[in-house]
Design a protein around this ligand. Structure first.
Ligand code: AMP
Length: 190
């Protein structure tokens, strides 16, 4: 199995790239943000619990992620692996993912970090707010999400670097350029 983590600040393009990578390599795309948004739309118990957290740009508590992850992985058969998009976001989640994969005699194969500077991110997310109307794409929430990313998620870079799993690329460029670069890196690994 090829278990690929795509990692980057909000607005770095990881969602767009994940969809294309999943399709090309027959991987299941797991976006925890999408799972939460679906639950909020459907007003499930989970959705009601996480709505205000997500709308403030904070992270949903780690303990809620484990069940979601297991569920998402169990519901996908016949794939050659997973693309994890927006997960893990904390060191604890990275450890939980390892346990979950180990249970399946599996492991993380590769972590790709998309590097995009803060000014570019704010600009991209404000544009996305106009196009998609996401509730967490207001300037105030965007600034908080960047702060949360830098404080809680960025430390994962050195965690995966130490395990020699991390590859960083510049996330500024056309969607196709970045996709081709990612494919080259994946092809060199599989
Ligand atoms: P995303 O679509 O990945 O930007 O996620 C949107 C929001 O969902 C985040 O700002 C968090 O509030 C929440 N979220 C998504 N994935 C996670 C995660 N792995 N851990 C904690 N919160 C998450």
């Amino acid at each position: 199995m090829f278990n690929f983590i795509i990692f980057g600040p909000p607005g770095s393009g990881k969602g767009t790239q994940s969809v294309q990578i999943a399709e090309k390599y027959n991987l299941a795309h797991i976006s925890t943000g999408e799972i939460f948004r679906k639950n909020i739309r459907e007003k499930t118990e989970l959705g009601i619990k996480v709505q205000s957290i997500i709308e403030s740009g904070e992270l949903v508590p780690d303990e809620l992620l484990v069940a979601i992850l297991e569920d998402a992985m169990d519901s996908r058969n016949g794939v050659s692996g997973f693309v994890f998009d927006g997960f893990p976001r904390t060191i604890q989640q990275a450890k939980d993912l390892e346990v979950c994969l180990k249970k399946r005699n599996d492991a993380v194969s590769m972590v790709l970090a998309l590097e995009v500077n803060d000014e570019e991110i704010v600009e991209r997310l404000l544009k996305r707010a106009q196009d998609q109307g996401r509730k967490d794409d207001t300037r105030e929430v965007i600034e908080n999400r960047i702060l949360v990313y830098n404080n809680q998620t960025q430390p994962l870079c050195s965690y995966y670097k130490d395990q020699e799993l991390l590859i960083s690329i510049n996330g500024i460029g056309s969607i196709d350029e970045i996709f081709n670069k990612i494919c080259e890196l994946i092809n060199a690994r599989i």
